[in-house]
Ligand binder design. Structure first.
Ligand code: TMP
Length: 211
């Protein structure tokens, strides 16, 4: 089984992906956690280029191709071998992030992104996508608090530095994607406190995965 966590900056998906993998492992599931960009040694190098605030002048097409290159490495080296071994793979961001950020927010052709995903990756999509949804005003405030506290790396702030309008488009993009594939998406109200969000995720998993 393949599960992705998605959401805007400061939605708490990384924290909840980590909680979830521990919860599932405790229940006896053979479960691993990974992330995009990153997840492989080569992917972590691509991540550093993508998130560096000094990469401000990166062309949107270059950005799309770097995220795609990261995904190519990640799928081949990590995701597919694990899935074919019968493992449960939890991924902190995946394809929907490309649709929301490079497509809906940057304005690249959505059809092109979909076509690339079909052609390059046989349209490999998660079985379940947990979308942690909240207003970007709240998400960005949380994200900057973590960066200023030193709980997140300040070398990875290129997207946090984007305008509020950009983050509003990302959120709207995610919600549109969930409308198009309601059978795959589960929307979680991430404006709740950490405990409330965790409970909601566990309830979903209990209904759908845990026998
Ligand atoms: P993270 O901070 O959640 O690990 O994500 C890194 C940033 O990369 C985040 O701002 C969203 C962005 N991103 C894209 O723009 N496109 C993508 O395909 C992915 C996976 C992430």
């Amino acid at each position: 089984m393949f599960i992705s966590f998605e959401g805007i900056e400061g939605s708490g998906k990384t924290t909840h992906a980590k909680h979830t993998v521990r919860f599932l492992q405790d229940k006896g599931h053979d479960c691993v956690i990974t992330r995009e960009p990153g997840g492989t040694r080569i992917g972590e190098k691509i991540r550093a280029i993508l998130l560096d605030p000094l990469s401000k002048d990166m062309d949107p097409l270059t950005e799309l191709l770097l995220y795609t290159a990261d995904r190519a490495q990640h799928i081949k080296e990590y995701i597919l071998p694990l899935l074919s071994d019968g493992k449960m793979v939890l991924c902190d961001r995946y394809y929907d992030a490309t649709m929301a950020y490079q497509g809906f927010a940057r304005g690249l052709d959505i059809g092109l992104i979909e076509k690339m995903h079909k052609l390059l990756f046989e349209n490999l999509k998660p079985d379940i996508t947990l979308l942690l949804d909240l207003p970007p005003e709240i998400g960005l405030e949380r994200a900057w608090k973590q960066i200023n506290n030193g709980n997140r790396i300040s070398e990875e702030t290129r997207f946090e530095e984007e305008r509020l309008s950009f983050h509003k488009r990302v959120r709207a993009g995610y919600l549109e994607l969930s409308r198009l594939e309601p059978e795959r998406f589960r929307i979680i109200d991430a404006s709740k406190d950490e405990h409330g969000v965790r409970e909601e995720i566990i309830k979903i998993l209990a209904a759908e995965i845990i026998p």
